[in-house]
Design a protein around this ligand. Structure first.
Ligand code: SF4
Length: 302
């Protein structure tokens, strides 16, 4: 038995996050919310099933930042948990990085109302980042590294078997293009990854979900969003550029980002150049009809 899109389709009710009742009151959702939730659960269920993200007896540590993506992730996983044919546990974890003005009560209040086990880890990474990064420089890279290390430790302490992150389809495409344009690598954030230390498995159940749908879902569900600019850092400018580029392409050629995303699951190593993925040197003509058409000759006559 496993989770898939059919499990997701059976889920129609969610706890009301605004309820003051800690006993997880379930209310019927209004029609617009239910329709969007059904769509999102279907996508999440499909991703979980296709990549084997959640298995029986898993303990999923859901990383909650206070942003729309992680609220939606937790909300949807809780909905799936209630109907899944397997048993898995969820623990929500927030890292309070001691940014000035961080409203420390918001997440605990929300999580108590929802009735999910949670842990708030307090670590003053803000002070470390401020001390080490010169004024005016982007601090996200160091901050993320510090956060990752802390979250891995917390996952071990909590006995979590998987760490769930709220990255979505747009994050995945942006990261793909950032790597293409600036690092010479064809790679992005996969739905499932074994961490470099080998001891942790990171999962991204929202991998197939569009950011625009998460924005809408957060509005409909009235998540108590915590602003992400409390640290005063500028958003990564290169990522902003790529985001804008993708938005322009989509406007000019509707559906092209769907095509890009589909391409990530439709890779043909013999039609690329990576000798580690395909043995070009041993390639010889043969009687077998298993070759590939040459796209360049087909579509671009010299
Ligand atoms: S925006 Fe601030 S808190 Fe977020 S990763 Fe960057 S430095 Fe860290």
């Amino acid at each position: 038995m496993k989770i898939d899109s059919r499990t997701a389709d059976r889920v129609k009710y969610l706890p009301m996050s605004q309820s003051a009742n800690p006993s997880r009151t379930y209310l019927k959702l209004d029609e617009a919310t239910e329709q969007l939730q059904t769509k999102l659960l279907h996508l999440v269920g499909e991703t979980i099933g296709a990549y084997g993200l959640i298995e029986d007896s898993d303990k999923i540590m859901v990383c909650l930042s206070g942003g729309k993506d992680s609220y939606a992730l937790l909300d949807l996983l809780l909905a799936l948990q209630r109907r899944a044919p397997i048993h898995f546990d969820i623990v929500a974890v927030n890292l309070d990085q001691k940014q000035p003005g961080f409203p420390a009560h918001v997440l605990p209040d929300y999580l108590r109302n929802v009735g999910v086990p949670f842990h708030i880890e307090e670590q003053d990474t803000y002070a470390i980042v401020k001390r080490l990064i010169p004024e005016g420089r982007t601090t996200c890279s160091l901050c993320s590294r510090l956060r990752r290390g802390i979250l891995y430790r917390v996952a071990t302490e909590l006995g979590a078997t998987k760490i769930a992150l709220g990255h979505h389809r747009d994050d995945i495409l942006e990261t793909l293009f950032l790597n293409l344009l600036y690092t010479g690598k064809l790679r992005t954030m996969p739905p499932k990854l074994r961490a470099k230390n080998g001891r942790h498995v990171v999962i991204r159940p929202l991998a197939a979900v569009r950011e625009a749908d998460l924005v809408r879902y957060a509005e409909l569900r009235a998540f108590p969003i915590i602003p992400c600019n409390l640290c005063g850092s500028q958003e990564d400018l290169k990522r902003q550029d790529v985001k804008e580029l993708l938005r322009e392409w989509e406007q000019r050629s509707p559906g092209c980002t769907d095509s890009m995303f589909a391409a990530l699951s439709n890779v043909a190593p013999p039609l690329l150049l990576d000798q580690r993925l395909f043995d070009f040197k041993s390639l010889r003509a043969s009687d077998r009809t298993e070759g590939h058409e040459d796209a360049w000759l087909d579509e671009h006559h010299a």
